[in-house]
Design a protein. Structure first.
Length: 165
């Protein structure tokens, strides 16, 4: 049995966390500099608790910033760290399966609240390694061949112990 399947499912507590993000008319330059003009109008929130809102993870506290344009969703994750667990050497020219076994940021996008077991999963590591998956938990499967075409960047600021994606 996989480690994921062996873990208890987190029961989501209400109210759920929400982040309303603004629309930006112009398509900005994609970058990981939180002080750049790209991120100046982004909304932000902190991720630091599990889905029950009971367990706090101060060492994993991550800031997420976001906005959208007419065609794209932009997210920036600002992730302080003590130690990094990475796949090396980096290979970010293609999907890297099992990326979730190391340090990553992952986010999930769905479009049907009546079928939340069908969604898209996106992961990026501090090295820029990535994977995007089409998940269908109704069939207990994922499509590793699905390719969203998403653009992504990541970098590690070793001096300040922060990574960005």
């Amino acid at each position: 049995m996989s480690a994921v399947a062996a873990e208890a499912v987190c029961e989501v507590a209400s109210p759920t966390a929400a982040l309303s993000i603004p629309h930006v008319a112009q398509t900005p330059e994609l970058n990981t500099d939180p002080h750049s003009a790209t991120w100046s109008h982004a909304a932000s929130a902190w991720i630091e608790k599990d889905c029950t809102h009971q367990i706090n993870y101060p060492k994993l506290k991550t800031e997420v910033r976001g906005f959208w344009t007419g065609s794209d969703l932009y997210l920036l994750f600002i992730c302080p760290y003590h130690d990094l667990n990475l796949w090396l050497p980096a290979d970010n020219g293609k999907d890297r399966l099992k990326l979730w076994d190391r340090d990553v940021i992952e986010f999930f996008l769905g479009d049907d609240w009546t079928d939340i077991k069908h969604y898209r999963e996106f992961e990026i590591a501090p090295t820029g390694d990535w994977v995007d998956l089409a998940i269908d938990l109704n069939k207990e499967s994922y499509d590793a061949n699905w390719n969203s075409g998403w653009q992504r960047q990541a970098r590690i600021d070793e001096k300040n112990h922060v990574w960005y994606a």
